[in-house]
Design a protein around this ligand. Structure first.
Ligand SMILES: [Zn+2]
Ligand SMILES: [Zn+2]
Length: 266
């Protein structure tokens, strides 16, 4: 199977490699297509994102490289749009909708950057209530997907990244399941994101496996995404993710192509 990955970061935001290095690595790997999804500008935290004046250069470089490599691999222009960002000021081929922050009473918490920061979030802003923090995360995500109508829902339950959420608690699972139902109503394409595996935080992709049967039941369409920040991880964990999806009875995955998503039997 020729793998596609729309979720890639480059030196334009917090990735290690250039656009060209990524495209050349994707060709070496025999990938079916590659897309770029650097972080949208977030005024609340400028550390990991593109700055607004980079948008034009980003767009121009990716379009130029797409034309240059057109005979070898399709290259798509996208963005990973944070909930706290404005819509991009340039035309993209796709948008990944993701939540990376919780803002409460003026405090900005980057919930997926380190365990310490996530701990500070629930201790300082939610009186130690981890479930309340998870609820706030899913409220942001469902509002984002409803408003943005993205091409893809990014790392659905990234709030579980550091294993600080009581995932065995039925109240948490209900919360996550309800959010998944709501999200899929507005965007059926949900990323099976292997990014936390390549960074050593988790051993399975997002959404966590207890949500996969629900995803299937409600007609969610799985799309593989590596959330790669270096060319070593362009299709990281894809074989295992496909195996996992098969074991939950998914007959196919969805791969982005020129005319939108194509169904690929697995
Ligand atoms: Zn993200
Ligand atoms: Zn990402």
């Amino acid at each position: 199977m020729q793998y596609v990955n729309l979720h890639n970061h480059t030196v334009y935001s917090d990735g290690k490699n250039t656009v060209r290095e990524n495209v050349e690595a994707a060709i070496r790997l025999g990938m079916g297509a590659i897309g770029f999804s650097d972080h949208s500008y977030t005024a609340i935290d400028e550390r990991y994102c593109m700055m607004p004046d980079q948008y034009e250069v980003y767009e121009r470089e990716i379009r130029a490289i797409a034309a240059e490599y057109e005979d070898q691999i399709p290259v798509y222009l996208g963005i990973e749009l944070d909930y706290f960002s404005d819509m991009p000021t340039f035309a993209t081929d796709y948008i990944i909708a993701s939540v990376h922050y919780i803002v409460k009473d003026g405090a900005v918490h980057a919930i997926d950057s380190s365990p310490e920061k996530q701990m500070r979030c629930f201790e300082e802003s939610f009186g130690g209530d981890r479930l309340a923090m998870a609820r706030a995360y899913y409220e942001n995500l469902t509002a984002h997907v409803r408003r943005t109508k993205p091409t893809l829902v990014g790392h659905f339950d990234v709030i579980t990244k550091f294993s600080l959420i009581p995932e065995d608690d039925a109240r948490y699972r209900d919360l996550a399941r309800d959010a998944l139902t709501e999200v899929v109503k507005h965007c059926p394409y949900v990323e099976i994101n292997t990014g936390a595996i390549s960074r050593g935080w988790r051993t399975t992709p997002y959404p966590q496996s207890y949500l996969l049967s629900h995803l299937k039941e409600i007609g969610g369409r799985p799309v593989l995404g590596a959330d790669s920040h270096s060319i070593q991880h362009l299709t990281f964990g894809y074989d295992e993710a496909v195996e996992l999806l098969r074991s939950y009875g998914f007959p196919s995955i969805f791969a982005f192509g020129k005319g939108g998503y194509e169904e690929v039997k697995i």
